[in-house]
Write a protein of this length. Structure first.
Length: 710
């Protein structure tokens, strides 16, 4: 009898009291392996994967908000501002699945018998699907909503806390014990251990990460040829869902069926595109799965190394920063402007990265520092007062990022070189205090496959235009950096040791972003006074720069003209192109921010900030933060947030009071760094301090706003 079978009939009480945590983890691993569908044999003794032979079973659920509005008030401990949340009770009342087998439609539906569908009702519905469709691939779109609704009300506060913190939990019912594994925005896995009968396990994948658009927008983007009646029904349902009541259940079910039919068509188009692009995946939780498949095939796991035991690890963590997002000027620019965008900036920077296997780190004194190779420098800098922006990022104790005139930190060689060129133009000193040098154990370049991937994408783009397989290639390229920078997803193995995500490597990810920031700085130094803003892999300018657009080669500049623009903060802006306006930001409603009229009006009135409506789907992670959020779990909570209009941020000081940003661009100034500390290390989710939890709460709030848009 194997380990998993030994636990199949045990209750969670027995598990937690009579067996060690390591034994439970070994049982989990064995159970998960045993529950995977077996490969299907074919002629010649070869096996076909579930990707090739499986069929989609698409899943979606619906809920209603009911009762009177309730209010809760939350005090922000840092700003001491009170936010009022208004919400109504939300009930999950309908769950359905759809597939086509042998040209015949198959529907499975369940409605709430009382107030809402219980966890057990949802779990058994999903497990029955798994028993019925042994070669099924079970996916949903924006499924985080469904996962939250299934779990929010039948689990206690302690159980949800354990689930969020540990990723999995056992739930004991009279006849069955369930193991629930929840990966927000990724997947929900339910395994049943009945007291009598066979164990069963089902994984529901959230496929939103492949599309990253509201559902109707994704249908249009992927040019899904679907019947007009269903599309009209979906649009009508999206508009009216806020006002759904229990009496509307027939209409809700019809809307749900239309969505499932359209999603089934979109899922099959997705698989065809992935296959056309030359990939095969085993996970269906977004673009990261495509990147992971290609990186695995390229041997990236073997080329990686765990840096935690290296003496250089603290320096590597301090040297990691994300992309540079900074508005040097804010206001409305009614005249034409320019943007210069690096083509596949992060994949380009990754191409020449070394293998970590067999490599070693050498500590260097200031007089030993070499100006080439994989060197990491500890520097102290001080530049002149007259620059519109400065080269080096600085991370404060609270994880606020600025680009100050004075500071101390660790940086990779590309950024040091760009800062030297900055100092030649504006004056200043860069003092090297120490350095690390990585010496590879071989000449291997494990990311060299990116060249072929990019070339294949360009060929598809030239022949078929954007969309389909070309989009898959683009997603795969984009996600490569994300896998190296992944800061969540660490887990304990069956012996309790912490296993990091397989591609996580802050040397690789830090080098990628450092190289990109350095290239943006070099471009900005051509005409510093013309720079409006930095935006990760792009700069906006008021004047044309002598930067050539070299066609479509990876890592070259793409030059665009824009009719007008409005910049209000770092990372928050509108571009006017022809008759369209495009908004860019995170954490704000697309509907509220669809144009810049409200901002321009508020500027004219000399208002300090703009009050914007925000709707958040309160997640399980937020619900356990305080007693204020717990009653709102799974509900759509309405609140107001302030968009400050003076350009002030962690990175920039506000514009002058006399400025007129509704008429013209106005200059902000870089933030002042009064700290004597060295720039602090980046945070990682598995380093579980109180400050880390506050930082994650900020990210979760942004995601909740995005979830509500779906």
């Amino acid at each position: 009898m194997n380990v998993a079978d030994q636990f199949a009939g045990l209750s969670s009480l027995t598990l937690t009291r009579e067996h060690t945590a390591a034994e439970i983890r070994r049982a989990d691993v064995a159970a998960q392996k045993a529950s995977l569908p077996k490969r299907k044999s074919c002629k010649g003794g070869k096996h076909k994967s579930l990707f090739e032979t499986g069929h989609f079973v698409v899943i979606d659920g619906e809920g209603i908000s009911c009762g009177d509005y309730q209010e809760r008030h939350h005090l922000d401990g840092d700003t001491l501002e009170v936010t009022k949340f208004r919400f109504r009770e939300h009930r999950y009342i309908h769950l359905a699945a759809y597939t086509i087998r042998k040209n015949e439609e198959h529907w499975h539906e369940i409605d709430a018998a009382s107030d809402r569908l219980s966890f057990m009702e949802c779990a058994e519905f999903l497990l029955d699907l798994r028993r019925h469709y042994t070669r099924g691939i079970f996916i949903t779109y924006g499924g985080n909503y469904d996962f939250i609704q299934m779990l929010a009300y039948d689990l206690s506060h302690d159980e949800i806390t354990k689930l969020i913190n540990e990723g999995a939990i056992y739930l004991d019912y009279i006849h069955t014990m369930y193991r629930v594994e929840y990966r927000p925005r990724k997947s929900l896995t339910i395994t049943s251990y009945p007291k009598r009968g066979k164990r069963c396990s089902v994984i529901i994948w959230d496929a939103f990460g492949f599309f990253q658009l509201p559902f109707l927008d994704a249908l249009l983007s992927w040019q899904i040829d679907h019947n007009r009646a269903d599309l009209d029904l979906i649009a009508q349902g999206k508009r009216g869902r806020e006002h759904f009541t229990l009496a509307d259940l027939p209409s809700i079910a019809a809307y749900n069926r239309a969505e499932l039919r359209a999603f089934f068509a979109m899922a099959n188009a997705l698989r065809a595109a992935i296959e056309h692009a030359g990939f095969s995946i085993s996970r269906w939780d977004g673009a990261g799965s495509i990147a992971a498949a290609r990186m695995t095939a390229a041997g990236i796991k073997q080329a990686n190394a765990d840096l935690r035991d290296e003496d250089a690890y603290d320096a590597v963590r301090r040297a990691y920063f994300g992309g540079r997002v900074e508005a040097v000027l804010i206001g409305h620019h009614p005249l034409p402007l320019h943007s210069y965008d690096l083509r596949s900036a992060y994949p380009n920077a990754a191409r020449g990265l070394p293998s970590m296997a067999g490599g070693r780190w050498i500590r260097l004194d200031p007089d030993q520092v070499i100006d080439d190779g994989w060197t990491l420098h500890h520097v102290r800098w001080r530049f002149g007062f007259n620059a519109p922006f400065y080269p080096f990022p600085f991370r404060s104790r609270t994880m606020a990022i600025s680009f100050p005139r004075v500071g101390e930190g660790w940086f990779w060689r590309p950024e040091i070189d760009a800062a030297d060129r900055f100092a030649e133009l504006y004056g200043g000193t860069i003092e090297t205090l120490a350095a690390w040098r990585f010496v590879p154990g071989s000449q291997s370049e494990p990311f060299a496959f990116i060249d072929d991937l990019y070339s294949a994408r360009q060929d598809l783009l030239a022949v078929h235009g954007p969309g389909g397989a070309e989009t898959i290639m683009k997603l795969a390229l984009t996600a490569i950096y994300g896998k190296t920078a992944q800061s969540v997803g660490a887990r304990e193995d069956e012996y309790g040791d912490l296993i990091l995500p397989p591609f996580h490597n802050l040397f690789w990810s830090g080098w990628i972003t450092s190289t990109t920031r350095a290239r943006l700085l070099d471009a900005a130094l051509i005409n510093p006074e013309a720079i409006i803003a930095f935006a990760t892999d792009c700069i906006f300018t008021v004047d044309d720069l002598p930067i050539s657009d070299d066609g479509g080669s990876i890592g070259t500049w793409k030059h665009k003209h824009h009719r007008a623009a409005t910049f209000v903060q770092s990372g928050i802006y509108w571009l006017h192109d022809h008759d369209d306006i495009y908004h860019f930001s995170r954490g704000f409603s697309r509907r509220v921010m669809r144009d810049d009229d409200a901002v321009l009006t508020a500027w004219r009135k000399r208002e300090e900030y703009l009050v914007l409506e925000q709707t958040r789907l309160i997640s399980l992670a937020t619900a356990i933060q305080s007693d204020v959020f717990w009653p709102m779990r799974g509900a759509f909570a309405h609140s107001q947030i302030k968009l400050h209009l003076d350009g002030s941020s962690n990175k920039r000081l506000p514009i002058a009071r006399a400025d007129q940003p509704w008429k013209r661009l106005c200059r902000t100034l870089p933030q002042i760094n009064n700290a004597s500390d060295c720039s602090f290390p980046c945070r990682l989710a598995w380093l579980d301090s109180e400050d880390d939890q506050e930082y994650k709460a900020t990210i979760i709030a942004q995601q909740e706003s995005e979830d509500s848009e779906l």
